[in-house]
Design a protein around this ligand. Structure first.
Ligand SMILES: Cc1cc2nc3c(=O)[nH]c(=O)nc-3n(C[C@H](O)[C@H](O)[C@H](O)COP(=O)(O)OP(=O)(O)OC[C@H]3O[C@@H](n4cnc5c(N)ncnc54)[C@H](O)[C@@H]3O)c2cc1C
Ligand code: SF4
Length: 324
C-alpha cells in the first residue's frame, strides 16, 4: 500500500482566501480535483506540509464580450458536456471528453489540467522504483535516463486541453502575491521538464479566457494513447482554422505530449487562401513531421509517435476541409 506523508489540509472558499492561506502556510501546495496531485503525493514525488484546497470554489462557463470565460475550477466533465463549449469551441469539448476516464473527469478540473506537472516513465513511479534506478535529474538525482545525460529534463507536458487552448489562442487569468495578471497560454510553457511553467510561487489560476471564434471556424483534436478508456496522451494534435469551403484563411496546428512544451507548428502561411486538397494536406503533414521530435519520456516508440503526428495532421486537415 502506498501511504501519503502527513500534511495539514486548509480548505478555501475563494481564490483570495486560498492565496492568504498559501502565504501563511508551511511548504504549501494548492490542490483542486487532486487527480494528479494525490498520486504524486503517494509516490513521494511532492511532499507539501500544507494542502490549500480549491475544491470548494465553484467553476463555471460564461460568455463575455468576444470570449468564453471558463473558471479554473470547472470540472472536465462539465467542460466536455457544456452546450456553449460544444457549440463554440468543439475541439476543446472533444479534448476534455478524451481525458482519462469518467471518474477522473468528474473530479479533475481545467485549471489542474493546464497546470499539470510534466510526466515521465522514469519519474512517475513509486519512491522505491525511482530509488532502485538511482533517481533522476528532475528530483534527487543527477542523470536523465531519457536523454542519457546530466543536463536536460524532457518530461512531457501531457494535458489534452493544452494543445487546443494554444490553437485557440487562449489567455489565463492569475491571482498571485503581486496581484492579478493575464498571460497568453502560448507564453506559459518552457522547454524544461523540471520547471516548465512560467508562473510565480503562490500564483493561482482563476480563469481561462478563450476568444470566440468567428464564422467559418472549424477545429479538431486527435489523441494517441494505448487504452482509450483511461490513458494519458502519447501524442495530441490540435487543429483550428477559419474556412471558406475547403479554403483556410487562418490555420493553427499544435502538437502536445511530445516535449515539456506544446509545439505550435510554424510555416503554415503558404497554405492559406487556397484549397486544402490532398497535396496541401500531405505537404503540411510533412512539415509537422519535420518539426515534431517526441522524446522517450512517454510510452511508445518516438519514431512511431512522430509518424502519427503527420498521419493525424493529414487526416484532421482533410476532415476539416471537407467540413466534417
Ligand atoms: C489514471 C489517470 C489518467 C489520467 N489521464 C489523463 C489524460 O488522459 N489526459 C490529461 O490531460 N490528464 C490526465 N490525467 C491527469 C489529471 O487527472 C488531469 O490532468 C486533471 O485535469 C488534473 O486536474 P485536478 O483538478 O485533479 O488537478 P490537481 O491534481 O488538483 O492539481 C494538479 C496541479 O495543478 C495545481 N493546481 C490545480 N489547480 C490550480 C489553480 N487553480 N491554481 C494554481 N495551481 C493549481 C496543483 O497544485 C497541482 O500542482 C490522468 C490522471 C490519472 C490519475
Ligand atoms: S526526462 Fe529525464 S530528468 Fe526528466 S523526469 Fe524523465 S528521466 Fe527524469
Amino acid at each position: 500500500m502506498l501511504r501519503m506523508a502527513p500534511f495539514t489540509y486548509e480548505p478555501a472558499r475563494t481564490y483570495a482566501e486560498a492565496l492568504d492561506l498559501w502565504l501563511g502556510a508551511e511548504a504549501p501546495m494548492y490542490v483542486a480535483g487532486g487527480t494528479d496531485l494525490l498520486p504524486n503525493l503517494k509516490h513521494g514525488i511532492v511532499s507539501p506540509r500544507t494542502l490549500v484546497s480549491l475544491g470548494e470554489i465553484a467553476g463555471g462557463i460564461a460568455e463575455e464580450a468576444g470570449a468564453v470565460v471558463i473558471g479554473a475550477a470547472t470540472k472536465l466533465n462539465a467542460l466536455a458536456t457544456n452546450d456553449v463549449v460544444r457549440a463554440l469551441l468543439p475541439p476543446l469539448a472533444r479534448a476534455a471528453s478524451l481525458i482519462a476516464g469518467p471518474q477522473i473527469r468528474a473530479m479533475g478540473t481545467l485549471g489542474g489540467n493546464v497546470l499539470l506537472d510534466t510526466r515521465c516513465l522514469y519519474y512517475n513511479q513509486t519512491a522505491f522504483w525511482r530509488g532502485a534506478l538511482g533517481h533522476c535529474l528532475k528530483a534527487e538525482g543527477t542523470w536523465c535516463h531519457v536523454i542519457n545525460g546530466p543536463k536536460t529534463c524532457v518530461a512531457a507536458q501531457s494535458s489534452d486541453t493544452v494543445p487546443v487552448l494554444l490553437a485557440l489562442d487562449a489567455s489565463l487569468r492569475f491571482l498571485g502575491p503581486a496581484g492579478p495578471r493575464t498571460v497568453a497560454i502560448r507564453d506559459l510553457y518552457r522547454f524544461n521538464g523540471m520547471d516548465h511553467l512560467a508562473i510565480e510561487k503562490g500564483e493561482l489560476l482563476t480563469d481561462i479566457v478563450v476568444p470566440k471564434p468567428g464564422a467559418g471556424f472549424r477545429g479538431s483534436y486527435q489523441k494517441l494513447r494505448t487504452r482509450d478508456s483511461i490513458d494519458f496522451p502519447q501524442l495530441g494534435v490540435a487543429i483550428t482554422g477559419t474556412f471558406d469551403g475547403p479554403v483556410p484563411t487562418t490555420l493553427d496546428i499544435v502538437i502536445g505530449a511530445a516535449n515539456p512544451q506544446p509545439k505550435p507548428v510554424r510555416g503554415l502561411e503558404p497554405f492559406l487562401g487556397r484549397p486544402l486538397d490532398d497535396t496541401a494536406a500531405a505537404a503540411i503533414a510533412d512539415l509537422v513531421h519535420k518539426q515534431t521530435r517526441p522524446q522517450a519520456a512517454v510510452h511508445g516508440d518516438p519514431a512511431w509517435r512522430r509518424q502519427m503526428a503527420s498521419v493525424f495532421t493529414r487526416r484532421g486537415l482533410l476532415a476539416l476541409a471537407s467540413g466534417a
